[in-house]
Design a protein around this ligand. Structure first.
Ligand code: MG
Length: 475
């Protein structure tokens, strides 16, 4: 008898190859579900034939926690524009990113794969590093560009900054932003500090400024994003707006600094909320709100060691850099008027690896034909199909060292090293250890986790190392 929880019959195995030829078969249960659900507001077969598929806006924050938005329970940070996205769309309460730190998390978002599968599971990319996401990997931007989308990346990249590794080499027509984290900079450090590196602001593959004033980064990314929307209002477009904030050092513009009762961290989140409002106003102004799926999430949990300068994971335990829920479970809001039910909530497990196959499914874009993906098409969860269950049977948690640390299966989460077991539905804060009453389940989950990791390791693909630099990051 298997003790592993199974979510029902929908979806594929986590390691099923999502080959182009298999994909229509994968959609079949979804289409079937559509025909049995008169409330379903979306017909994916029609969408795939649509000559003008939906625009995609993916807004990503950096190190913002599960508990940092009003609509996720923060008592003093004001996020009216994000709350409006939740009120007009769907709020996810069990959304996971692929890693508890920046680079691997972004690799998972872009590729639909566990970071380990694309060789980026360890730590983050630093200015002196010579590696990045392999150009042979297929990103969301590449999938959509092949479908005829204009693609723009505004903000932080952090998947490689040497020649051939920038957003413009990974499917984006346009890039305006910084290639790595905003703390890999001189700006917040005292004079005559010993830190070797500086932060470039880039347009395309050119450095246009060194050490940009970080007070204005959120506003400048937003202005560029608004221009991109206006330029491509006739669509389709993919806008990836990846804020540098609230990763420390924290900076807000003059309009927001000193305004939030939460202090500077609150100012920063409230400016990001303003930015979200600007994007939504631009969609409204161009009358494309119902033609645009807006997604909002964070790359990992809050950086708790910075205390008041870090965010909050709410009731979740731990934060950035840990595999407690607070490190990898973050807000996800999805808004698409006329397609996603307003003021709805999804408690099923969804992960950042699901973005690529879901977006491909919604837009009729072609998935990479010969590579293993780990994500699933979760259109049925996104659009609230009655009875839809998560296709993610197991979710693997990797430490920033790259090692497998834990696995979630249904409501249960097992930490492999310590043997701690938690029931995440009864105990989302991971306070009440339950392994002694569930020894058989622990053994079975352990062996399943190790087998999945072994399979993933055996099929992992390499990163790209590049000698040629585009700039000298040393100060
Ligand atoms: Mg981060």
């Amino acid at each position: 008898m298997t003790l592993l929880w199974t979510p029902g019959t929908m979806g594929a195995s986590p390691l099923l190859p999502l080959c182009g030829s298999h994909y229509p078969l994968m959609l079949f249960p979804l289409v079937l579900a559509c025909s049995y659900s008169p409330a379903l507001p979306i017909d994916t077969t029609t969408l795939q034939e649509d000559p003008r598929p939906t625009n995609i806006v993916l807004i990503l924050t950096d190190d913002q926690g599960y508990g940092d938005l009003s609509c996720y329970g923060h008592p003093t940070i004001r996020t009216p524009n994000l709350d409006a996205l939740a009120a007009q769309g769907r709020k996810f309460t069990s959304f996971y990113v692929g890693a508890p730190v920046c680079t691997p998390s972004r690799a998972a978002i872009m590729t639909g794969c566990y970071p380990k599968r694309v060789g980026l599971e360890k730590s983050v990319i630093f200015p002196a590093d010579d590696h990045g996401l392999h150009p042979d990997e297929t990103t969301i931007a590449e999938v959509l560009r092949e479908r005829g989308y204009a693609t723009g990346c505004f903000g932080k990249w952090h998947l490689g900054h040497r020649q051939g590794l920038l957003p413009t080499n990974q499917g984006f027509d346009t890039f305006f932003g910084v290639p790595y984290s905003n703390d890999m900079a001189q700006q917040h450090r005292p004079a005559k500090n010993g830190y070797e590196f500086r932060l470039p602001l880039m347009r395309g593959e050119q450095v246009i400024e060194w050490e940009p004033d970080q007070h204005h980064l959120t506003r400048r990314y937003t202005e560029e994003a608004l221009t991109f929307i206006d330029q491509h209002k006739d669509g389709p477009f993919f806008l990836y707006l990846a804020h540098s904030m609230p990763h420390i050092p924290l900076f807000a513009s003059e309009d927001f600094e000193g305004q939030s009762p939460r202090g500077l961290y609150g100012d920063v989140i409230e400016e990001i909320d303003w930015s979200v409002g600007q994007v939504v106003r631009a969609l409204e102004r161009n009358d494309i709100q119902s033609d645009t799926l807006v997604l909002f999430t964070s790359d990992n949990g809050p950086w708790l060691q910075f205390k008041l300068k870090g965010g909050s994971a709410g009731l979740l335990r731990g934060g950035k850099g840990t595999n407690w829920e607070g490190g990898q479970r973050v807000p996800l809001l999805a808004c698409w008027p006329g397609h996603i039910p307003a003021a709805s909530m999804c408690r099923e497990v969804v992960s950042a690896m699901d973005f690529l196959p879901t977006i491909a499914g919604l837009t009729g874009a072609r998935l990479p034909s010969d590579v293993l993906l780990d994500g699933h098409d979760v259109t049925s969860l996104l659009c609230a199909v009655d009875g839809a269950r998560s296709p993610t049977e197991e979710f693997l948690y990797y430490a920033k060292s790259g090692d497998l640390t834990a696995m979630r299966s249904g409501p249960w989460k097992l930490f492999l090293k310590t043997g701690e077991l938690y029931h995440l539905e009864r105990d989302p804060g991971e306070q009440f250890e339950a392994s002694q009453e569930n020894e058989e389940l622990v053994a079975e989950m352990r062996s399943r986790a190790l087998a999945l990791d072994e399979g993933l390791t055996a099929t992992a693909r390499p990163v790209m190392h590049v000698d040629a630099t585009l700039f000298d990051p040393h100060k």
